[in-house]
Design a protein. Structure first.
Length: 296
């Protein structure tokens, strides 16, 4: 009997080390409600997640947590692992497509931090209805000799004009994000691509303060940089057609995604969404009037 108790005790101690204190598996709406907490995977980026317990996406997901009657938990991650932390699989990239590898712990229930809806992400995730517009711009230091293009009414022509300016230039980019150089075939422009070793929101400061002349940026981050460092950078032109952002979900969480989409629709009708956009991105409607038509 004593031997059996010792064995049982040892087993419980072993399990305590093996099993995490928080869930490490994919959960849908019912499991989240039963366990009473929703885990928001986020990365401090632009004004979506500020790192100070606020930001447009932080407020949006906190509101959603209240809406479904659970506690909110923020789980900080990074661009290299954010999708892995959501789906529980290692990811490698081959020719622009995601390849799933070994199992890893699931750390969150959704991703929301200015998360661009890219094709490779759509292959392995589900996305909410659009939460914000975006686009990729070529940004230069204000004292660069390169001048902004004169926009036409043809986005493809504008992109080609910008691409032609890049030959022989060094351009910062960041793999496995919306600024992955392979997404925009930067090598084919004749540019020297410099893969930045850091976070997405560090690219604008790297341009301004560390001697770099060019970077690609998505619009939300560029708007923050223009506001924070007026007169230090300039927009050369587009590197992509318009894009959209959304909240990322596991494919095994359809009810959670459905509930969030209904909540988002309510926010757009009751003024909550408009308030958040005006608070965190007051100039966004100037650049994307079509997206924000009837919303602000």
């Amino acid at each position: 009997m004593k031997h059996q108790l010792t064995l049982i005790t040892a087993t419980f101690i072993l399990l305590a080390f093996i099993l995490p204190a928080t869930p490490s598996y994919c959960r849908d709406l019912q499991e989240i409600k039963s366990e009473g907490v929703i885990r928001h995977l986020g990365i401090p980026y632009a004004n979506f997640v500020t790192g100070s317990d606020d930001g447009m996406d932080v407020e949006l997901i906190k509101g959603f947590a209240r809406h479904i009657g659970v506690k909110y938990e923020y789980v900080k991650t990074d661009w290299g692992t954010v999708v892995e932390d959501l789906i529980g699989k290692k990811i490698s990239m081959e020719k622009g497509h995601a390849v799933l590898g070994a199992d890893v712990p699931v750390k969150g229930d959704l991703v929301a931090n200015g998360f661009t809806i890219l094709q490779w992400r759509k292959e392995i995730l589900e996305f909410s209805e659009p939460t914000f517009p975006s686009q990729i711009w070529l940004i230069a230091r204000a004292n660069s000799s390169l001048k902004p293009i004169k926009p036409s009414k043809d986005i493809n022509k504008d992109i080609e004009l910008v691409r032609k300016t890049l030959k022989g230039k060094k351009v910062l980019a960041l793999p496995k994000t919306c600024l992955d150089p392979s997404l925009y075939d930067l090598d084919a422009t004749g540019a020297t691509v410099v893969n930045y070793n850091g976070q997405l929101n560090e690219l604008a400061p790297a341009l301004i303060f560390k001697g770099n002349e060019f970077t690609i940026l998505d619009v939300p981050d560029a708007l923050i940089a223009l506001e924070k460092w007026p007169g230090k950078i300039k927009i050369i032109g587009p590197m992509s057609p318009p894009q959209i952002m959304g909240v990322g979900f596991q494919k095994s969480s359809p009810k959670l995604r459905e509930a969030f989409n209904k909540y988002l629709e309510e926010c757009k009708h009751n003024g909550t969404y408009a308030r958040l956009v005006k608070k965190y991105y007051p100039t966004a409607s100037y650049y994307f009037p079509t997206f924000f038509k009837n919303l602000l």
